[in-house]
Design a protein around this ligand. Structure first.
Ligand code: NAG
Ligand code: NAG
Ligand code: NAG
Length: 263
């Protein structure tokens, strides 16, 4: 069964993804990438913004969350590292889900060479993974299954040389856009959406977003602690009653490089 179906379905957890990837014969490369434990270490995304704007404080120090098929920025609780729900609206159910993802090759024979994709959980219960992609028309960052994402820019996602910053197509051209007050209630109070400034022109000098405020920012990987990765994994396994094979466990022990950096 193709990986995409699993990513779009509701039975996905990481061992399943790995298992599925191994079962897809035309994706040998993907297996190599999937086998690269460094790439599959799960991380959250923090937001840094040094833009010359009185409003940079609304996004700087924030955290990336996923909702309504789009990628947003919310302020972050400095102790728990969890998003602070917008006060102006009733607390959304289910709670706003922080990006928690990793790199894996995008399954598409027509992409040559193959591109490194980015997936994230979009909910913990049921555990579900989706692709993160840039909408070709609007340049918004969105998430969706393979069908929803395949016609768009699905990669290549990567990290900066120090493995700290997220990059797309080799560049860190992420911007936060104020989506305005109208419709905030339907958006769970979310306001700052992430876009990719692909042509490095501040989204056509703001024309693409109706002159709304556009703030340059960077997205930094915050690797989930080993305990958290393991806990989430166990919870996912329990929910799905999937037997985790021996090889899967190693995926969640920090690779040597990470260990070294921490020591
Ligand atoms: C993929 O997402 C689209 C909406 O974007 C949905 O219509 C479709 O049912 C989903 N496919 C699967 C296999 O879940
Ligand atoms: C895994 O990824 C790291 C970081 O990009 C790279 O240095 C390493 O060579 C990769 N290992 C394999 C086996 O591909
Ligand atoms: C920041 O913006 C203000 C107003 O637009 C401008 O006067 C100032 O020179 C800018 N500062 C820098 C460091 O670019």
């Amino acid at each position: 069964m193709p990986l995409g179906l699993f990513l779009g379905g509701c039975i996905t957890a990481i061992p399943v993804v790995t298992g599925v990837a191994e079962g897809v014969s035309h994706q040998k490369k993907q297996n190599e990438e999937a086998a690269n434990e460094t790439r599959m270490v799960k991380f959250n995304l923090d937001v840094f913004c040094a833009a010359n704007s009185s409003r940079k404080g609304e996004v700087n120090g924030g955290i990336v969350v996923l909702r309504h098929d789009k990628v947003w920025i919310l302020p972050k609780d400095p102790t728990t590292h969890q998003p602070i729900p917008p006060i102006s609206s009733p607390s959304p159910t289910p709670p706003l889900h922080p990006f928690a993802g990793f790199y894996i090759q995008y399954p598409d024979d027509n992409r040559n060479p193959p591109e490194r994709g980015l997936v994230s959980t979009i909910s913990d219960d049921p555990p579900m993974l989706n692709w993160i992609y840039m909408d070709r028309t609007t340049q918004e960052l969105r998430y969706g299954n393979r069908t929803a994402s395949i016609a768009h820019v699905v990669g290549a996602w990567d990290w900066t040389d120090d493995e700290a910053g997220l990059v797309l197509e080799g560049r860190e051209l992420f911007v936060a856009v104020d989506e305005g007050e109208a419709g905030m209630e339907e958006r769970s109070g979310l306001r700052w959406a992430l876009y990719f400034d692909r042509y490095d022109d501040k989204l056509g000098r703001g024309k693409m977003v109706g002159g709304r405020e556009v703030l340059e920012c960077s997205l930094e990987r915050r690797v989930l602690s080993e305990e958290l990765q393991l806990k989430q994994q166990q919870e996912a396994d329990k929910k799905m009653q999937v037997k985790s094979s021996g090889g899967m466990k190693t995926q969640f022990t920090a690779p040597a490089a990470e260990q070294k950096r921490r020591n």
